[in-house]
Design a protein around this ligand. Structure first.
Ligand code: FES
Length: 105
């Protein structure tokens, strides 16, 4: 399993997509490591509870749903399904018209 403690996050790349994985209240959440406002990496931001704050302008997103919770961002970010397989965290990237590439953390 990823060496990821409670309230921590780690960045990685799955099928050409920059992915951010975090653990909150014992559950893992995966999302695109890219703010919807001005394409800043969220992995350099701050995780507080279920919200991640963008380091550039302070926009916030709910890691459970990708919903934007604070301006200046207004659009959601992509989130990805997470499963636990053999002690690893498996993130599945679902893209229309393609298979379902996965990555392990
Ligand atoms: S780039 Fe993230 S809030 Fe502006």
């Amino acid at each position: 399993m990823a060496d990821l403690g409670e309230g921590e996050m780690i960045a990685g790349r799955v099928a050409g997509t920059d992915v951010l994985l975090c653990q909150v209240e014992g559950r893992f959440y995966a999302m695109e490591d890219l703010c919807s406002h001005a394409r800043q990496k969220l992995s350099t931001g701050r995780l507080r509870g279920h919200e991640i704050q963008c380091p550039l302008h302070g926009g916030r997103f709910d890691v459970r749903t990708g919903a934007c919770t604070a301006s200046p961002a207004s659009l959601p970010i992509k989130t990805f399904p997470v499963t636990l397989e053999g002690g690893k965290v498996c993130v599945t990237i679902l893209e229309r018209g393609s298979g379902a590439p996965t990555g392990l953390f």
